[in-house]
Design a protein around this ligand. Structure first.
Ligand code: BGC
Length: 764
């Protein structure tokens, strides 16, 4: 669905809902039943019980010891457990024991069962808890689960079905551990390459982010949430988190309303159109207004315009953040009222239950209305009913034999394989087995760097929980090339030299050097950087090795596009691996040796200079150059770039009509031929440009992509249906419109070599 269609569908849904409620006819799929059960509960609940439903506590707050203690076993604190779970009947618990303990599915079962049995049997209302967890790239906090490539790699696959399958498996493996609520997908459009959470996003393009978010929601929530293998998504972080003005985590973003509607809202709209059951609010502020206090964004746009009937969850400790960081409230109590009035339904308040009292006081003193609380609790109970938690609050781990199964591992490998993006190749790749290889670099022999953050622990830096059966890049190369012909030396750490001189000495005997550079596993504040260049020491290693005159293959294990301008010409081939997850080592080695034919496409523009950072959908005036011309767009690699070991050519671009009017559509088709000698996959991408518009038009914008596979010499004709809905933009009145005029389409598998054709749109 495109952005326009998403909005149309939402409007239809809203009309449908209002027709149903005015005619009092039964709602489909037992929804009437669900709402009347909720009415029944609400009529019996005290104000305090309602406020407690709105609280989302961190698991350590019901365990012994202080919140951030390093635990090696799980022990419930009987007093806190009784207070929060049994006396308050708290609505939700999140995340893990933290950070030195990893539960398997049976241990998770015991934790969740203990909590649920108490919530249901030892409380007045018997309402189950909803347990939420950060399943960022798989059910990463469940021992033995698979850990997929991070979202940025999934976006590079351009394979929507594969993304859906990774999400389905994540749900299954989460439910295997009785964890029904996933704090993912991340629907943030990443505007700043400095941002540390790019790896967790689907990249810079709103259409790509929307499409991938939709697939992720479909895969996660399945056909029905009541199905025991589905989990509910929590799409995050609404709104503008990836656009922080200084690129830092939780930084203020400056976003005009038209851009907000054209770029940042569509992925959330698409998620909601696909039935997303909850949304997490971003910790940052947009135009100075913290999202957690922005009633216009939450009440008016999200719940109003987009018709969202699910739960709006705060991010971690964000009520305190309104006081401490944003300075828009003097006390936490005031901040609680502010955010609930802005539309928050549930507050992630990890450490204790103070907000329950604040909510009760707020209603009693008229700061928050009773209706607002009832609406919030209704949404929470709706989510619990849809997940069937009242009937089935936890799952029998025995019913989930496929956790970490070979089948899941194979999908994980496929996802990693299709994410790998070949940025450069002078013909050195694929490598020949049996040559002397020197493997070096910070990322060459580490599972943690392949997995990145959110891998068994928050930052993913501890090796304690790594699965010994998984291979690093070095180990995977050794398994193909043999130990005697593969030499190793780490060369550098993330920022410091380790043994680079020794490595250079060893490299003298090598036929080919494989340098694996990378980023420190990190997220949120710990992932902030001050400069986008790949750390100097890592670049220096490539400089030193290049002096030997041997072929260099560079593998990059990083979420962000770290600047490599100086060393790029020194490499004969460059493979971008993003954060490819647990099967990444194997997939990288298989790609280097030609077992995999790379097919990933960049999900962002890869900048060459820190002073020249633009998305591919820049405005023409942005690219004026010093000679007064328009050659100022000079990325290292463009959005959509990605080579293959075969080659593709495009022919016969045709359109069923040269013009459309009103709601007519046309068919655009093009023939793609695999002109090389081996089978390969690629993504055919279609862009559109409005040539003249009342608001300076984007250089072009992606409107379709399709992953295809072709045997050597095979041809396929691919057809796209295009309608008015693909041509729109948000005008100065903040409305989606399509202006009559000429539109140019660009289509191809290589952004540097796109075929073009024009079409007229006539208003009637
Ligand atoms: C992050 C969220 C995450 C939450 C719960 C926050 O700090 O911003 O993405 O879901 O913590 O762990």
């Amino acid at each position: 669905m495109n952005q326009f269609q998403t909005f149309q569908r939402i409007v239809l849904l809203m009309i449908g809902v209002s027709l149903i409620s005015t005619s009092c006819s039964p709602l489909p799929h037992g929804l009437n039943d669900e709402e009347s059960k909720i009415d029944g509960l609400l009529s019996k609940m005290t104000l305090e019980e309602k406020a407690a439903q709105m609280l989302n506590l961190g698991l350590p707050s019901v365990l012994t010891g202080s919140y951030w203690d390093l635990r090696t076993e799980v022990n419930f604190d009987s007093i806190r457990f009784a207070d929060y779970i049994e006396n308050l009947n708290v609505g939700s618990i999140h995340n893990t024991v933290h950070p030195h303990y990893l539960s398997d599915k049976n241990e998770w079962y015991n934790i969740v069962k203990t909590i649920q049995d108490a919530s249901i049997n030892n409380t007045r209302m018997g309402i189950p808890v909803i347990y939420g967890i950060d399943n960022i790239h798989g059910a990463n906090y469940v021992k033995h689960s698979v850990m997929f490539p991070h979202q940025i790699g999934l976006a590079a696959t351009r394979n929507k079905e594969l993304v859906k399958e990774t999400a389905r498996i994540t749900s299954y493996e989460s439910r295997a551990a009785s964890l029904p609520w996933t704090y993912n997908p991340n629907a943030d459009v990443s505007s700043s390459p400095l941002w540390g959470r790019i790896a967790e996003s689907f990249g810079e393009d709103p259409y790509l982010v929307s499409q991938m978010t939709a697939s992720y929601v479909q895969g996660t929530q399945g056909a029905s949430l009541a199905d025991e293998t589905s989990t509910a998504v929590c799409v995050k972080h609404y709104l503008g988190y990836g656009a922080g003005a200084n690129g830092k985590d939780r930084a203020n973003a400056i976003i005009p309303e038209s851009t907000l509607r054209q770029v940042y809202i569509p992925p959330f709209a698409e998620a909601i159109a696909n039935g997303a059951m909850s949304v997490m609010i971003s910790s940052n502020a947009v135009n100075g207004i913290p999202c957690h206090a922005n009633s216009y964004y939450i009440n008016d746009i999200l719940k109003g315009e987009l018709g969202f009937d699910g739960v709006v969850l705060s991010d971690f400790s964000d009520i305190e953040f309104l006081v401490e960081a944003h300075e828009v409230a003097e006390t936490k109590e005031e901040a609680t009222w502010m955010s609930i009035n802005a539309g928050l339904d549930m507050i992630m308040n990890p450490y204790d239950a103070d907000i329950v009292k604040f909510i009760v006081d707020g209603v009693e003193t008229g700061q928050i209305s009773q209706e607002r609380i009832d609406d919030a609790v209704r949404r929470i109970l709706r989510l619990k009913f849809r997940l069937n938690l009242f009937e089935k609050p936890y799952s029998d781990p025995k019913d989930f034999p496929n956790l970490g199964s070979d089948l899941h591992i194979e999908t994980n490998y496929q996802a990693a394989a299709e994410s790998l993006t070949l940025l450069k190749n002078d013909g050195i790749l694929p490598l020949q087995i049996g040559k002397n290889i020197l493997v070096t670099g910070y990322a060459s022999n580490s599972i943690n760097i392949l997995n990145g953050a959110w891998s068994r622990t928050f930052l993913g830096q501890l090796a304690d929980f790594n699965d010994p059966s998984k291979l690093t890049i070095l180990e995977a190369i050794q398994s193909i090339n043999g130990n005697t012909t593969t030499t190793y030396g780490q060369g550098t750490d993330y920022l410091t030299d380790v043994d680079s001189d020794t490595v250079v000495r060893k490299a003298r005997n090598a036929d080919v050097i494989v340098v694996c550079v990378g980023e420190l596993p990190a997220t949120e504040k710990p992932s902030d950087i001050n400069e986008l260049e790949l750390p100097a020491t890592q670049q220096e290693l490539v400089h030193k090795l290049s002096k030997l005159g041997k072929p260099i293959v560079m593998v990059m294990v990083q979420g962000r596009p770290r600047i490599i301008r100086e060393i790029e010409p020194l490499a004969n081939a460059i493979l971008m691996a993003y954060l490819p997850g647990q099967e990444g080592g194997r997939a990288i080695a298989d790609a280097l040796y030609g077992e995999i034919n790379p097919s990933g496409k960049l999900p962002y523009t890869y900048p060459k200079f820190t002073g020249n950072i633009l998305p591919y959908y820049y405005k023409k005036a942005d690219i004026r150059d010093k000679n007064w011309g328009y050659d100022g767009f000079d990325p290292q690699y463009p959005f959509g770039h990605g080579l293959s070991y075969t080659s593709f050519s495009l022919n016969n671009l045709t359109m069923s009509s040269k013009s459309i009017s009103g709601s007519e559509s046309l068919e655009l088709s093009v023939e793609v031929t695999n002109t090389g000698s081996r089978k390969g996959k690629t993504s055919l991408e279609l862009y559109c440009k409005d040539l003249i518009a009342s608001v300076a038009p984007d250089s072009k914008k992606l409107i379709r992509f399709q992953k295809i596979e072709l045997e050597s010499k095979e041809k396929k004709t691919i057809q796209f249906t295009i309608s008015k809905d693909d041509l729109g933009f948000v005008n100065s009145k903040n409305e989606w419109i399509v202006e009559p005029g000429t539109f140019r389409f660009f289509v191809g598998t290589d952004p540097n070599d796109l075929l073009e054709t024009d079409m007229e749109y006539k208003s009637n």
